[in-house]
Write a new protein. Structure first.
Length: 666
């Protein structure tokens, strides 16, 4: 987990207005830039704010009244210091979910957000254009993640060529060695050698070359890519120290219209770039960073979600690894166990120790104040819930000055063992009788008249068995009145459970068409695609939806049930699970039911305590958080907490000449 403090120094950096040279290219540009100088408040590039060590963020805006550009624009920049030794570039690697094929199956597509999450990156942005193999058209906006794409022209990831420069298409290239020495090639055709190149990207064309705004070349172009669009662009400073990553939002009237090529270049110039290329834009334009809790934080407002309801799955992406911004707090480390955690941190000056924490960002819980003035801090959190997310913030004071870290995040562990309760072929008794007013869910209910148990999956379909649904075994009757399946079918099964129920989670996988209500030992525990409680469910109630897009049971639906509803109603011994399955439509041709169930039970995992000796000193160490170090003169006690108390590893004790025993306690 990457942690970075909230306290940052904000500096306003003035960038040279290089676009004065570009303004000389034509009268129109000169007039526009002149108006920007006369009304600077309408075209603003905000201060560079450190977000990670070596990475700064800035926001630019342009209004259509008095602005330097004719379009409403919201712009996001990341300025990456390529000389920072902790900055690492990461391009989309070769595809692994299918066989890699050059210029065909090259990269797996992800949303920019999930690319950042999957690779634990600090920032991510879309890169090259991309196509589906065998097609020259832009892929659909709604393709699933993992879809295989052909990257347009040069793409190198960690020294491995993912896509080669095989034509004069997309000729603008940025290349980087393993230590981030950068090269910009405005037209990479015929292609330059890639020897020694660790990372490379290609864009459709350059917009900024040697400080000249060449985006103006496309002002009169009728080609759609040169129109008013959301933009992603990369740039380099003249001394090659800085990599600039730019997004300009678009297709959102009243917020941001997008940009033309010359406007994109002008923003790069304003930020301090000397060379730059237009990358893939439109609905692909997306910039994301990791927040202090390790979760993705969108920086720009990408246009795909408003249009199609989700962030676009895109091909090549650029990610960057970086370290936290140095500040008052350093080396914040959390060691979480199942019900306890140890949090340690350092400060650049002696200060007090306290921690705010809780399951939400409100962090309503606070540890007692330790007023000792120290630079190395440690806090023990107890009575936590296993497998639960917690937010926390370190708090230290010096006199009247209080310092608070950013909101950080950890998750407690969950020591569990798994057991199968029954699988999808489990046998069920079933009936089609109307059981309104009958307590058929009770464990003691006599279901023998329902007939012998029949193995799953159970189904009814007036068209015959559906070959797209796996494991169909038991055919159930259709209604003789309608020739269609009954609206409701009732099922019961028994399963054993051994042990105590508190802390148990039941994990279920259902092949279901369409809705269902589940009861454990007579108590309702789950509704699937049915009217929510307290709505009354009876024999004539129809399901209000279904899980599979096909409307049948071809895909499994996974869900889990835990907490008091399970710990109160699951018993040691024989249990009864009752299920009523409802059709979505009285004229539906089919109904299907199959269910598998596993459970997880908590168990205790004892910590390991190690010891090393050096002269008269003994150092004790352990690698799990949440434990207190205790000592005694005899293995049978009495045991007392080591003075401090001590709950962070390692701890060094001086041999006093007497026998002492140590243990960890929670």
């Amino acid at each position: 987990m990457q942690l970075h403090p909230q306290t940052v120094e904000m500096k306003e950096t003035s960038a040279p207005f290089h676009n004065r040279r570009a303004a000389c290219l034509m009268t129109m540009l000169a007039l526009l830039f002149s108006s920007a100088i006369l009304a600077p408040a309408a075209t603003v590039l905000g201060p560079w704010v450190p977000v990670f060590k070596g990475i700064e963020h800035a926001v630019g805006t342009n209004t259509t009244t008095g602005g330097g550009f004719p379009h409403l624009q919201v712009v996001h920049f990341l300025r990456v210091d390529l000389t920072d030794p902790d900055v690492q570039l990461y391009a989309s690697p070769r595809v692994t979910n299918v066989t890699y094929s050059a210029n065909f199956n090259e990269v797996a597509g992800y949303t920019t957000t999930n690319f950042l999450k999957r690779n634990a990156l600090q920032v991510a942005i879309n890169a090259n254009s991309f196509y589906q193999p065998g097609s020259s058209s832009s892929p659909s906006y709604t393709l699933a993640e993992g879809t295989v794409f052909n990257a347009s022209q040069l793409l190198i990831s960690r020294g491995q060529v993912v896509s080669s420069q095989d034509s004069s298409d997309d000729p603008s290239v940025l290349m980087f060695t393993s230590n981030n020495v950068a090269t910009f090639i405005a037209t990479n055709w015929p292609p330059r050698s890639t020897a020694g190149i660790y990372t490379a990207f290609a864009g459709p064309y350059s917009v900024l070359v040697n400080g000249v705004n060449v985006g103006s070349n496309y002002i009169n172009s009728a080609i759609s890519i040169h129109g008013l669009e959301p933009r992603t662009a990369y740039g380099l400073s003249q001394n090659r120290r800085y990599l600039f990553l730019l997004t300009i939002d678009g297709r959102q009237p009243g917020y941001s219209d997008g940009a033309l090529d010359w406007e994109t270049a002008a923003w790069l110039l304003l930020a301090g770039a000397w060379d730059g290329a237009n990358m893939d834009g439109g609905g692909s334009t997306c910039m994301v960073m990791q927040d202090s809790t390790g979760r993705p934080l969108p920086l720009n407002r990408e246009s795909a979600s408003p249009a199609v309801g989700r962030e676009r799955t895109v091909g090549p992406l650029l990610g960057i690894y970086a370290k936290p911004v140095p500040g008052f707090f350093t080396n914040i480390v959390v060691l979480a166990d199942d019900t306890a955690a140890t949090v340690t941190w350092s400060t650049i000056a002696t200060s007090t120790t306290q921690l705010r924490y809780g399951p939400t960002t409100n962090m309503s819980l606070t540890t007692p104040l330790n007023s000792a003035m120290v630079t190395n801090h440690a806090v023990l959190l107890t009575n936590l819930t296993p497998n639960t997310e917690y937010y926390y913030a370190a708090v230290s004071t010096i006199g009247a000055n209080q310092y608070v870290s950013s909101n950080l995040f950890f998750m407690t562990t969950n020591y569990v063992i798994s057991a199968t309760l029954f699988d999808i072929t489990n046998a069920w008794r079933f009936t089609t009788d109307n059981l309104d007013g009958v307590n058929w869910k009770a464990p003691a209910y006599n279901d023998l008249p329902w007939g012998d148990p029949a193995p799953g999956m159970l189904w009814a379909d007036y068209r015959g068995a559906n070959i797209d649904i796996p494991m169909l075994q038991t055919e159930m009757p259709l209604s003789p009145d309608t020739g269609f399946p009954y609206v409701t079918y009732y099922f019961r099964t028994h399963f054993p459970f051994a042990g105590v129920a508190p802390g148990v989670e039941i994990q279920l996988q259902a092949y279901l068409d369409d809705g269902a209500v589940l009861y454990l030992n007579g108590v309702e525990i789950q509704r699937l695609h049915m009217a929510a409680a307290p709505a009354v469910i009876n024999n004539a109630t129809l399901a209000n939806g279904y899980f599979c897009a096909t409307g049948n049971a071809a895909c499994p639906e996974d869900f889990a049930i835990s907490g008091p509803i399970i710990s109160t109603n699951l018993v040691n011994g024989d249990n009864v699970l009752a299920v009523e399955v409802h059709n979505y439509n009285a004229g539906s041709p089919d109904v299907t039911f199959g269910l598998a169930a596993n459970c997880t039970k908590p168990y205790t995992l004892n910590p390991r305590l190690g010891m090393t000796r050096s002269g008269t000193d003994v150092t004790l160490s352990w690698d799990r958080g949440g434990f207190l170090l205790q000592e005694a003169s005899s293995p049978t006690g009495p045991w007392v907490n080591v003075a401090g108390p001590v709950f962070s590893s390692p701890f060094t004790a001086t041999n006093s000449g007497s026998t002492r025993f140590f243990r960890l306690a929670k």
